[in-house]
Design a protein around this ligand. Structure first.
Ligand code: PLP
Length: 433
């Protein structure tokens, strides 16, 4: 049996930084990343045979818990029939129908791709093709994947590394993206008044969850859509993280419910939960816009593994099992963990703000709730490392960055939640030191 340290050393010799996605390297919390060998329900197990209650959930996809039996069975059966055909399958239409059932009338057509990055990249190309304009507006602190034009002030991964953006992005490409402070309609108005006739789209996380969780102000999404439409621009609501997680119809499904104005974005992007742990993502919207995609329309998009039958089977099984009872359980469990964590931190005098967006939550180590990326960065982020490691030592795996959301699953039962609650006092004490 090798140790986590040995596994990390071997990986570092062959893989840049030892990881295939930067945040996994524990850069901001220090220490040795856990190398995992299996995951079931609410737990993950590392190479040393230790198990942890998991609040990462594969960064969101494991809505039902890891290795959910119905999802695994669906994937096994699909695998028996063939791993990939490079041709259409009935399952793709079924998954598209499931998405439409949950998001009608805002969604009439769906195109499947393999990652959230591909989904947002394609949605932007589609918005440009549809409007005949070039500029894109994004919000500081929002993450939409790692395509060139979207890495300016892109939240968690980049914030964790304290980078302003990424090297390797041509200046000419970066110049096509205008970055505006989040939750700041006045700033958005100014950008539209200066560049309105050149803006193809505004892309926004439905509720920001990659700078820690920062929900939009009440009415913000509706107002930004009105503003964009008044200038002939489209709005892409990025629900890669929130979609099918915070409600049956994602954040969009929650927003109208609380008395805030209802709205219809032009395009949605989905990922994570839609594949239940397999690589699948989607662009969705009205038929009028979606039919601008090839082969009917002039905007090109393609993928050897798009609509992969195993991923589609996992997605259908996940959306089938994710019923109202699952979302109630997620809401309840998130509320219990968030309030217990807040109590423990308060007990040890650690200033913090509980950041919530539906069943997603995180903690900002500062007085007062941040509403923008600038405010999010003004916190005692150094407190998170000791907090994180104390939880890990007690058998609880949190996201290894203060700028990430915590994810609960349907498999977090009383036993799993108790282990989290028992671990909190020591972790809060460590954060206070
Ligand atoms: N959009 C949002 C809101 C995300 O949270 C992410 C990933 O975390 C992406 C897009 C990119 O998705 P992927 O990592 O599947 O490329």
């Amino acid at each position: 049996m090798s140790t986590n340290l040995e596994s990390f050393s071997s990986a570092k010799a062959l893989i840049p930084g030892g990881v295939n996605s930067p945040v996994r390297a524990f850069g901001s919390v220090g220490g040795t990343p856990r190398f995992l060998v299996s995951a079931r329900g609410a737990y993950v197990t590392d190479v040393e045979g230790r198990d942890y209650v998991d609040l990462v959930a594969s960064w969101g996809p494991a809505l039902l818990g890891h290795a959910h039996p119905q999802t695994v069975e669906a994937v096994k059966q699909a695998a028996e029939r063939g791993l990939s055909f490079g041709a259409s399958t009935p399952g793709e239409t079924e998954l598209a129908q499931r998405v439409i059932d949950r998001l009608s009338p805002a969604v009439e057509k769906v195109r499947l791709v393999s990652t959230g990055t591909e989904a947002t990249m394609t949605a932007i190309r589609l918005a440009r093709g549809f409007t005949g304009r070039d500029l894109l507006v994004k919000f500081a602190g929002h993450y939409h994947g790692h395509s060139d034009g979207l890495l300016a002030e892109a939240g968690s991964g980049i914030a964790t590394l304290s980078l302003p953006g990424s090297a390797g992005v041509p200046a000419a490409v970066a110049a096509q993206t205008l970055v505006v402070p989040y939750n700041d309609l006045d700033a958005l108005r100014i950008v539209f008044s200066e560049h309105g006739d050149r803006i193809a789209a505004v892309i926004t996380e439905a509720a920001a969850a990659n700078m820690g969780v920062v929900a939009p102000d009440a009415g913000f999404n509706a107002a930004l859509i009105d503003l964009a439409h008044a200038h002939g621009a489209l709005v892409i609501l990025d629900e890669v993280l929130t979609g099918f997680r915070v409600s049956e119809a994602g954040w969009w499904g929650l927003d109208g419910r609380d008395g805030s104005p209802a709205y219809t974005p032009d395009l949605f992007t989905f990922g994570k939960v839609i594949g239940g742990g397999m690589p699948i993502a989607a662009i969705a919207g009205s038929a009028k816009i979606m039919d601008f995609l090839a082969p009917v329309g002039p905007v090109y998009q393609a993928g050897t593994l798009s609509g992969n039958p195993l991923a589609v089977a996992a997605g259908i099984a996940t959306l089938t099992a994710a019923d109202a009872a699952v979302y109630q359980h997620l809401d309840r469990t998130a509320a219990i963990i968030a309030s217990a964590t807040s109590e423990a931190l308060s007990h040890h005098g650690v200033a913090h703000s509980v950041q919530r967006a539906g069943n997603l939550f995180s903690f900002a180590f500062r007085e007062g709730a941040p509403r923008t990326y600038e405010q999010v960065k003004q916190q005692d982020a150094f407190r998170y490392g000791p907090f994180f490691h104390s939880m890990l030592d007690s058998g609880v795996s949190l996201p290894p960055s203060v700028f990430e959301a915590w994810f609960v699953t349907a498999a977090h039962d009383d036993t799993a939640v108790s282990r989290i609650l028992d671990a909190l006092p020591a972790a809060a004490k460590a954060a206070a030191a």
